[in-house]
Design a binder for this molecule. Structure first.
Ligand code: TXA
Ligand code: MG
Length: 322
């Protein structure tokens, strides 16, 4: 059921059920983050490995203190600047946080979402909400209530409808090295540039043997539509090489001058990366319904949200068709 009833949402959550929860980034599959049985259900329904931990959502920065120790200084600066908002901090966890949430790690990922309906629900509860993005493992994240309903209508009692997500990209996840230097563990709606403006240079986590343990679940195929996706820095060339019949192009600003009947969609004709980001997943959902043989996605400018869009598209293309 899709509904805007916040009280009903809170009552399902108090009973230990899971609901679809709107946030400003993407919709979450939310449940009581202190209740093992509920948390286990999240992993089951998402078909997600137990070692890939969940984010705790709290209604305010003050509530964060219940589940963490003193934040590193740079974490406090960023929390004041971005919360409520699309920044998740990975910090030392307090004893009350269940191992089920953190995958047995001594850190917890936590954020204050900026969606009014999410905040209203959280304020009605006396527990935090564990909420991964409400998509089966490896599928496109949902940015509308209907996307969640399509994925999970048989398994959850309710999707709280908060309209289309404003950001349309997941939160940026920031962890800290043992020396308390900030490390971006996942690119997201808060750009690297805006973090740097506040706390100086931040490292972007790179895949290597040792660091993989730091951020499980950040690798490989993700956010993938059903059709194979080609991520291309020369779309025209990729189209001409393509033998498939039904080709869909996912572009930034302008359509290409093509005579063949190729379906073309531009995420922001006015060249606004924020608009493009907000439309990215929604467009991938729409393309899934059109069932093209192949999707060719353009490489975006490698700056600000363009860098984030490129990261998501690269993952969508991973191990597929190239
Ligand atoms: O925008 C978002 O962050 C959305 C909305 C619903 O809040 N949530 C979301 O959750 O994207 P999820 O579960 O799809 O992604 C959370 C990521 C996972 O890749 C997980 O590995 C990482 O956060 N994570 C969680 N706890 C962690 C920890 N203690 N250390 C390192 N990474 C962690
Ligand atoms: Mg996810």
């Amino acid at each position: 059921m899709i509904s805007t009833d916040v009280d009903l949402a809170a009552s399902w959550l108090r009973k230990g059920e899971l609901i679809g929860l709107p946030t400003e980034t993407v919709y979450g599959l939310a449940g009581n983050g202190l209740r093992d049985e509920t948390i286990k259900r999240i992993y089951e329904i998402k078909q997600r490995p137990l070692i890939n931990p969940l984010i705790l959502h709290v209604p305010s920065a003050a509530d964060c203190q219940t589940y963490t120790y003193q934040l590193p200084e740079k974490a406090s600066v960023l929390a004041s600047a971005f919360w409520p908002g699309p920044l998740t901090l990975v910090v030392k966890k307090a004893p009350g946080v269940p191992d089920m949430v953190t995958g047995g790690k001594d850190t917890v990922a936590i954020r204050v979402p900026a969606h009014p309906a999410a905040l209203e629900v959280l304020r009605r509860l006396d527990f935090p909400l564990a909420a991964p993005s409400a998509n089966p493992f490896g599928r496109i994240s949902p940015t509308r209530a209907q996307h969640v309903q399509d994925y999970f209508q048989e398994t959850i009692p309710m999707v709280l409808d908060g309209g289309p997500c404003r950001e349309g990209l997941e939160s940026t996840i920031l962890g800290f090295s043992p020396k308390q230097e900030p490390i971006v563990l996942r690119l997201g709606a808060v750009t690297v540039e805006s973090l740097t403006d506040l706390v100086g240079p931040v490292r972007i986590f790179q895949r290597n043997g040792k660091e993989e343990i730091l951020a499980p679940g950040m690798f490989g195929k993700h956010y993938a539509p059903r059709a194979p996706l080609i991520f291309s820095d020369d779309v025209l060339h990729s189209v001409l090489r393509q033998k498939a019949r039904n080709i869909a192009l996912l572009l930034f600003e302008k359509p290409l001058p093509l005579s063949r009947g190729v379906y073309q969609i531009c995420l922001s004709p006015k060249g606004d990366l924020r608009e493009a980001a907000a439309k990215l997943y929604e467009t991938l959902h729409d393309l899934d319904k059109l069932e093209p043989d192949v999707i060719i996605a353009q490489q975006f400018p490698q700056t600000g949200l363009g860098m984030v869009i490129n990261d998501k598209l690269k993952r969508a293309a991973f191990q597929k068709h190239q």
